[in-house]
Design a protein around this ligand. Sequence first.
Ligand code: HEC
Ligand code: HEC
Ligand code: HEC
Ligand code: HEC
Ligand code: HEC
Length: 400
Amino acid sequence: MSWARATIVVALVTGCHGARGRDGGDAGALASMADTSTSEAGTALFANPASRCGECHGAFEGQWRRSAHGHSQTTPAYLAMRDHTDAARCDGCHAPLDRLLPADDPARGDGVNCDACHTLGETTPRRSGGGFTLHVDDMTKFGPLCDAKNNYFHKVQCSSFYGQSEMCASCHWMVERIGSDELPVFTEYEEWQSSRQGAIGISCQDCHMPEESTAVAVGARRRGGVAHHDFGADNPRFRSSALTVHASIEARPATVLVKASVRNENAGHDVPTGLPERRLVLRVTALDASGRKIDGAERSYGRVLVDGTGEPAPFYAATRIGADTRIMPDETRDESIELSLPTAGELRLEVVWQAIAPTIANKLSLPTGEVILLHGASKVDKPGSRHPGAVATIPLEVAP
Ligand code: HEC
Ligand code: HEC
Ligand code: HEC
Ligand code: HEC
Ligand code: HEC
């Protein structure tokens, strides 16, 4: 398999800081104020763990620690998958600083931390994955604010890049080449490009980094439009906000017919997106009057990748798409499911997000990481009872 490797070019150009607009001081003075590492060539690298940034940007650090970016090189799923492949292929995006820093550097192990994103400057994301440049050759932090002032710890440089989806595409875009074929892996950016939201310029940041009014650093003035940094972090409410789900039931003599529509209303990309192993599941269960399960069924949406033998495989071992049932932006999926239920009882419906599809989770001895997004229940009456055959809507609510 040919691998799309995330290349990181470290800009180690010294002596050309002028272009980044610093206000006095020389590289030597800056080096003495900032935490530095030394590369093999002996050149100073200015990279820091998030805890250092948190000394002045504590709120950001807290949000980042709760986010997926804060766990990008430590989750059980990542470690399990990384063990089965050439780890260097993974670290480019999951541990972008580790490849640059000496073994004992405190900024190692920090994953996609502040410096991974705020030394990016402006780069051109590539379809083959990664391909970004980390400017760790001096103590400049790039960001969206054009009126921020340099401080004793770091210089600042503004760039409109930080408000654009291309910034995220640096890592959220990876289509592998396998011979003359393509294997799509991370395609959030491509999906966004062809979405309604992409067409009208609603960026990844607009949804994933909602704005608030707060001070950006200790002692700095309050500003509007400050970007939240948990990126939606495994928040069932945020996840369920992508969907509009309607469901109704119709009692029949021996069965109950469930009609459900699942619409991707508010995500600027497919649902599920990201890791191909993610699944969205519509689950219906019929129970009798005593609460005993009589029947059940599921519809699972996702991108199923398979290996050479056609078996479902994790993305790094896959060669082609077996099936793709993800729900595209503004697409509605209508399902009609008939469950056996001879007596009166109850119908339960759940919309569930799975971090890893059960088949793959089993292979890797990982949990599926199931999260209930929406749930609801409705009574099922039977012919002879007061409302025979009546169609009732299942009221759905966001799971707590
Ligand atoms: C081009 C950048 C890039 C490369 C290279 C990359 N990943 Fe990822 N990875 C991502 C992004 C972006 C996500 C977030 C998608 C999501 O959350 O669904 C992610 C998410 C994951 C997750 C989900 C983590 C969890 O706990 O749920 C796993 C597991 C993972 N990657 C494994 C790997 C492995 C193994 C490799 C090496 C074979 C690899 N990745 C290489 C960008 C990359
Ligand atoms: C995954 C990339 C990413 C990570 C990780 C990240 N940031 Fe950001 N940060 C951004 C983006 C993108 C913006 C601009 C958002 C916008 O303008 O919509 C931003 C904005 C900022 C700003 C400017 C104020 C604002 O919100 O507009 C500061 C300060 C900042 N980040 C600090 C941090 C610190 C400190 C950390 C680590 C604790 C961190 N960031 C981690 C991407 C990141
Ligand atoms: C000594 C305190 C301090 C530390 C430590 C610190 N910062 Fe800052 N940072 C500031 C101040 C002050 C501002 C400007 C705030 C303002 O003007 O509202 C700022 C602004 C920023 C901005 C906005 C730049 C722009 O132009 O948009 C980013 C990004 C940033 N810091 C990232 C970091 C990162 C990454 C670290 C850790 C490597 C870090 N900061 C550590 C004080 C600090
Ligand atoms: C219009 C709002 C919107 C836009 C624009 C948007 N997203 Fe999302 N995104 C969401 C919602 C809502 C979810 C939760 C739904 C879900 O879990 O699939 C989500 C989920 C995700 C996930 C989680 C995947 C997983 O399940 O682990 C990733 C990664 C992601 N988005 C990345 C991006 C990137 C990168 C962009 C820009 C190229 C982007 N998003 C643009 C709303 C948006
Ligand atoms: C330096 C690489 C990098 C950049 C730049 C980056 N990401 Fe990520 N992102 C990742 C990786 C790696 C993961 C997977 C972390 C994990 O779960 O292991 C991830 C995970 C996510 C998730 C999943 C969140 C969750 O809770 O499941 C979202 C959403 C996301 N990123 C959005 C964004 C957005 C929006 C931007 C741009 C502002 C961005 N990312 C920029 C590497 C990056």
